[in-house]
Design a protein around this ligand. Structure first.
Ligand code: NAP
Length: 480
């Protein structure tokens, strides 16, 4: 897992300074890999190669583009075991979860984008005009560590399939699977410059990409703070900007709900991936009169989540991904106690000093006595931490759910008609009713400070397209 080269213009090349970023296993704190620490000079080369490749790739027929992608997809499928081991090692993801959420899920996404693009109509004839959808150009993709391969697939695959060329900067914490993706494209003999990978740090690689004049679009997934900074840099040269950002999503339990189903769904959303999920339902908003019953269900069901070695097949919750994340989550748990909330599950994790050489483990944590004005209820913690908030009327529940800067996701449990009515009143890009499962063709993204734009489904394809109106009487044959 020690990668020495970047992938630029169809070749593996050394970064000009030949420095590295070490990758730590958060369970053992061993260094298990490294990637080059790229910089502005590498970004310059990568962007220029993407710009040079654009016209030819834009003109490549869709069937050929799909063929390249299918070969790359098969390469990834053949590397499944390696990818699973990578995510256990670089992220601390438990084995079964790593396979399902970090490898199989992204592969299914990849397949689905190919399926969707096959049926997509890139032009439409009006009475006096033809509307044509064209690739945006060079797309800079910046991705986070929490679902490393999944977040990359969500943007890189539709961008390339629709005729754009790409420069990817993955997270410095979990960049390894991006290397395997570059290998897949190389194996598929994707034309030079269509996909470029520059690993490195936000301040160097990320900033250079966001600012570069030849980059036509920035597609960013990460924190709201990071997205704000990147968007400011990108807007200097009026790039198209797509942002998939943080959340503080509500789970509303209505009277008449299946309480056990609701609690189990809430816990799994916040404990899976060690709580490091943008859409985690971290605010559980419950009728005051059910509080005792719900607390008991939470305490009982939390016991089923085994925290420990991610290589053990029985583990549900591995370590947090980094020391930085551990310290952040710990400080929020301390803050919750300082704000007067009460722990009914979990405890204050050890301080950095007490931790010594142990992995970055945090137990499932649930606070009750929380009100929606506390910082633990307003800020994204990004660990397995849940806030229980009570309400007395449905209007109050909706008001609490919407009283947040974020608008990413949500869930409502209760009698069907009422639950759907409440779902409509919640200002989020997606919401599940009575544990409704995600549809792979449905788009995902945020209202308010959770983002701009959508990923997944046809809308996720359209993010990477410009729209041109050709005023004509005769519809030409348009080959996108
Ligand atoms: P992050 O710190 O914002 O970083 C995300 C990516 O952006 C990384 O590659 C990072 O580089 C880069 N970056 C950050 N600030 C930058 C800047 N000012 N200029 C250029 N590049 C910059 O987020 P994270 O901690 O990796 O990921 C967790 C966050 O992502 C959470 O807030 C989560 O909710 C959000 N997320 C959202 C979605 C969604 O679909 N809405 C999905 C997944 C995650 P470095 O790695 O070098 O710092």
């Amino acid at each position: 897992m020690f990668y020495k080269e970047l992938y630029i213009n169809g070749e593996w090349v050394k970064s000009n300074l030949d420095e590295i970023i070490e990758i730590e296993n958060p369970a053992t704190r061993d260094i298990i890999g490294s990637v080059p620490k790229g910089n502005e000079v590498d970004v310059e080369l990568a962007v220029k190669s993407a710009a040079l490749a654009f016209d030819q790739w834009k003109g490549t027929p869709m069937e050929s583009r799909i063929l390249y992608m299918e070969i790359a997809l098969n390469y990834l499928k053949a590397k499944k075991e390696l990818l699973v081991n990578m995510e256990v090692a670089e992220l601390g993801a438990p084995l079964k979860w790593a396979e399902r959420a970090h490898v199989v899920g992204p592969i299914i996404r990849f397949e689905n984008y190919i399926k969707l693009v096959k049926n997509y109509k890139f032009s439409k004839k009006l009475t006096h005009a033809t509307i044509v959808k064209e690739p945006v150009g060079v797309v800079g993709c910046i991705t986070p560590w929490n679902y490393p391969l999944g977040q990359i697939m969500q943007k890189v695959i539709p961008a390339i399939l629709t005729g754009n060329t790409v420069v990817l900067k993955p997270s410095q914490i979990a960049p390894l699977s991006a290397m395997v993706l570059a290998e897949a494209f190389h194996y598929a003999k994707l034309p030079k410059g269509v996909f470029n990978l520059v690993t490195g740090r936000a301040g160097e690689v990320g900033n250079a990409l966001a600012k570069h004049k030849l980059v036509n679009m920035i597609s960013f997934t990460g924190s709201t703070a990071g997205g704000r900074e990147v968007a400011k840099l990108a807007l200097d040269s009026i790039k198209k900007v797509a942002l998939e950002l943080g959340g503080k999503s509500p789970l509303i339990i209505l009277e008449g709900a299946d309480l056990e189903l609701a609690v189990k769904a809430g816990l799994s959303s916040c404990y899976d991936n060690t709580g490091q999920t943008c859409a985690a339902l971290t605010r559980m908003i419950v009728p005051k009169k059910y509080l005792g019953q719900i607390e008991t269900l939470i305490i009982d069901n939390s016991r089923n989540y085994i925290v420990g070695n991610p290589n053990d097949a029985n583990t549900h919750i591995g370590p947090l991904a980094s020391l930085k994340q551990y310290s952040k989550v710990r400080s929020y748990i301390q803050l919750g106690l300082d704000e007067g909330a009460k722990l009914i599950v979990g405890e204050l994790p050890k301080s950095e000093n007490e931790l010594g050489n142990e992995g970055y483990y945090v137990k499932p944590t649930v606070f009750t006595n929380v009100n929606n004005q506390m910082r633990i209820a307003r800020e994204e913690i990004f660990g397995p931490v849940i806030c229980l908030i009570t309400y007395e009327t449905i209007d109050e529940a909706i008001e609490i759910a919407n009283d947040t800067d974020y608008g990413l996701s949500g869930a409502v449990f209760g009698p069907d008609i009422l639950a759907n009515k409440v779902a409509l009143a919640i200002r989020t890009g997606s919401i599940a009713v009575n544990d409704g499962k995600r549809d792979i063709d449905a788009p995902f993204g945020g209202y308010k400070q959770s983002g701009i734009g959508r990923e997944g489904g046809l809308q996720g394809i359209e993010e990477f397209l410009e729209i041109k109106s050709i005023f004509n009487e005769v519809n030409p044959i348009i080959n996108i």
